[in-house]
Each structure stands twice: as C-alpha cells, then as structure tokens.
Design a protein around this ligand. Structure first.
Ligand SMILES: [Zn+2]
Length: 106
C-alpha cells in the first residue's frame, strides 16, 4: 500500500491513512453543496426533516429509526442543517465564514 504525502498541512494522519473515509467525506460534502444549490431548498428540507423530532428521552421519534435508535438531532436533521448553512454561505459568503481566497498564511 502506498502512502501519499499530504497536500495540505491541515490533513490529519487519520485522513491520510483512510482514503476511503476521505472519499466518503468528499462525496458527502458534494452532496450537501448540490442540495444547497438546488431550487426549492426550504420545501425540500422541510419534507426531509418532517417527523424527525426528539422524544422525551432525547431519541429521534421518526419511524425510519425504529430498528436503529438515533439521538436527536439525528443524521437526517444534521444533513438538513448543513445544507441550510451551505445555502446561507452561498447567499452571503462574508457573513457565514466562507473560506478566504488562497494566499500566504501569517
Ligand atoms: Zn431522525
């Protein structure tokens, strides 16, 4: 197995050691970006999170979790929040912490 040299200093050893995980993260981030850029985001996210509410013990009450308990906010709600934040960054990058253009550090 070949090990590659990190392109960026912020890459951790774990990320370098796990190319499958890195690919999954990249796919997930791409999905969130596409979701955020699509039309009718608010309506779509509303449908997505419908019923994903906390029960009195802090578990998500949606029936999709009936065979695998998920704490609230569950991954579906977290995905919707990520898409909302990505959409907000697209609308006003300066207010939502969008990365600055590449340049020399310190
Ligand atoms: Zn849920």
């Amino acid at each position: 197995m070949r090990h590659r040299v990190p392109d960026r200093p912020e890459e951790t050893e774990t990320a370098v050691a796990s190319p499958v995980r890195r690919d999954e993260n990249a796919a997930y981030e791409s999905f969130v970006a596409e979701l955020a850029a699509g039309p009718g985001l608010a309506e779509l996210l509303g449908r997505l999170v419908a019923g994903h509410v906390a029960d009195d013990r802090g578990w998500c009450a949606h029936p999709s979790h009936s065979h695998r308990w998920e704490t609230h906010p569950c991954p579906v709600v977290r995905l919707a929040r990520l898409a909302e934040r990505a959409a907000a960054r697209r609308r006003s990058p300066a207010r939502h912490g969008a990365p600055r253009a590449p340049g020399p550090r310190n």
